[in-house]
Write a protein that binds this ligand. Sequence first.
Ligand SMILES: C[S@@+](CC[C@H](N)C(=O)[O-])C[C@H]1O[C@@H](n2cnc3c(N)ncnc32)[C@H](O)[C@@H]1O
Length: 233
Amino acid sequence: MLRDVRRARLPVGAGRGPWGLRGLRGLRGLRGLRGLAQLVCLACACRAEPGPSGTPEPTAVAGGAGGVAEPRRAPDVLYVPTPEVVVDRMLELARVGPTDVVYDLGCGDGRIVIRAAQRHGARALGVEIDPALVAQARRNVAAAGVEGLVRIEQRDIFELDLSPASVVALYLLPELNVRLLPQLERLKPGSRIVSHDFDIAGVVPLQELALRPDPAGPRHDIYLFETPLRRTP
Ligand SMILES: C[S@@+](CC[C@H](N)C(=O)[O-])C[C@H]1O[C@@H](n2cnc3c(N)ncnc32)[C@H](O)[C@@H]1O
């Protein structure tokens, strides 16, 4: 679906969350995600709300220990949630299990990390820059009863040490995936990277999967990579 936004072809029925594409259909004239991301940032300052106190393993980063800080900068991509059925396929493809530590870079409402804990028993970290989504994700984690396994941090994904992760989930943009490469390349050998809709230019995927959960809806592509990453010749 992000792919479609990039082409300024906003699909019908995409996005159910606060920044789903539904509310952005009127912006067909805007080309590219960057213009949309600016709108998201302006709006997220208005939507900021205090988060719940106390998430496991506090960190020294503002917004990381359960507080919700003002956004330091605009999100690099707008929020479009991954449909639940695609989330499940992503986690299956990445062979997520109880020994895994799953990171979702730009976690939105937390659905991927919550599912990783609920269905696969994994520990998980959701990282999100938008304070309202951080608060929403923390509420969802609490509602799902997985606070013992899942932590949500308000952070910039480009300032994140990925070394504790064994699985990294992405639903970003092609250029952001490439920007993350220096961080992704430092993952432990045997770590999996699973990306919704976009591959990583210059890297050979281990597996690719296309699914169309709604026959009338868009196609979803899933790309699986494993470290050490194999560069295209
Ligand atoms: C397309 S959404 C994906 C949400 C979720 N991963 C999913 O698949 O349902 C991308 C998310 O990345 C967040 N984001 C954008 N730039 C970010 C950054 N630099 N650091 C952290 N989060 C960011 C956005 O706010 C948005 O929620």
